[in-house]
Design a protein around this ligand. Structure first.
Ligand code: ADP
Ligand code: NA
Length: 330
């Protein structure tokens, strides 16, 4: 029996992923690849909606792919590829843009936020049409589910609208995908600013734990993480965002329940708790980092794997695209 289809991706927007990407996305992907026919993309076409350095972008793309694999995405089981290697993405995006309303696209809150941050002159039309490219990414693969953070929920809603609109205008062509929104407990915050999401595109990285950092460096960042003056290891998002964030990281990486961790550290200080967490983080990411660096040591082999996977992706994507061309009179 055919497994249901899953599509997800990440931008190659930094040299390393951060542990929020790992806990919030890669760990789920790793589990889901068992029961889904999964497509995982490194979305480099999305990354050029803001200015890029060409050599650096190519390097970040490879590094992102290596980290997917190091985190347990199996390129022989899942289809793990680079978006720009499959030209159908850009082709379908153009076609979908012709059935997207200007006002509809203008309501995307992520565009409003980003364009306000960058200013009108640094805001490209590509940034505006980014959600349409994302719709193409998803619809090309006849996707059933799209695991995303809640910041992407609106884009998946647009994707569903476009799929339904196209289907009703031109005949059944696209499967209408369902978003699977990441749970709150999988949301990781910045260690120095624990009410802001940890992000690989954060302006300063004192509160960011990088997958590819030296373990000792991550341990230091944990020891310096912002907490509070109460001194008890207790989950309380409202009043103890720093400690709660550390507890969430601890629980996610060990598979333990938060109350069990609170019990273990009852009556002990934050220093002990942070040391314990640092050890968990070092144990989890040490091997991931080593594996990623190994893969990056042999770029020719990595490129070969990515090319094989891009060919697999193209086969599926081109079938959808051919149907689309046929339906719309091209
Ligand atoms: P970033 O902000 O690090 O650039 P992206 O927006 O590229 O992250 O998101 C890539 C994936 O990682 C998405 O699935 C997103 O939900 C997840 N993700 C990003 N940051 C976090 C976080 N702090 N906590 C949990 N998941 C996150
Ligand atoms: Na981002």
């Amino acid at each position: 029996m055919q497994k249901p289809r899953l599509y997800s991706g990440m931008q190659p927007s930094a040299d390393s992923l951060q542990i929020g990407n790992y806990i919030g996305a890669l760990m789920q992907w790793r589990d889901l690849q068992e029961s889904y026919d999964a497509f995982f993309s490194v979305v480099d076409l999305h990354a050029i909606t803001v200015a890029q350095d060409p050599e650096h972008l190519r390097e970040k793309t490879r590094r992102t792919a290596a980290q997917y694999i190091a985190a347990g995405i199996e390129p022989s089981r899942s289809t793990l590829y680079v978006q720009s290697h499959v030209p159908a993405h850009a082709e379908l995006a153009w076609i979908l843009s012709t059935i997207t309303g200007f006002g509809e696209a203008g309501r995307m809150t992520q565009f409003k936020d980003k364009s306000q941050r960058y200013g009108a002159d640094a805001t490209s039309v590509g940034l505006f049409t980014y959600p349409v490219l994302m719709a193409a990414d998803i619809l090309l693969y006849q996707t059933d589910i799209v695991p995303v953070g809640d910041d992407q929920k609106q884009h998946v809603e647009l994707t569903r609208d476009l799929a339904e609109r196209f289907n009703s205008r031109f005949g059944q062509t696209f499967r209408v995908p369902m978003p699977v929104i990441q749970q709150d407990t999988a949301r990781i915050y910045d260690l120095q600013n624990p009410t802001a999401k940890m992000s690989k595109s954060a302006e300063t990285d004192a509160g960011v734990l990088w997958l590819l950092d030296e373990p000792s460096k991550s341990a230091k960042k944990i020891m310096r993480a912002v907490t509070d003056s109460e001194g008890s290891v207790r989950y309380d998002r409202e009043n103890k965002p720093g400690v709660s964030n550390l507890l969430v990281i601890y629980a996610a990486l060990t598979g333990r329940q938060i109350p069990a961790i609170e019990d273990e550290y009852a009556g002990r200080g934050y220093g002990d708790f942070k040391k314990g967490l640092a050890q968990v983080v070092v144990e989890e990411f040490g091997p991931v980092r080593e594996r990623a660096l190994e893969l990056l040591d042999d770029p020719a082999e990595l490129d070969r794997v990515l090319a094989v996977n891009a060919a697999k992706a193209s086969e599926v994507a081109n079938r959808t695209l051919a149907d689309v061309y046929e339906k719309i009179g091209l």
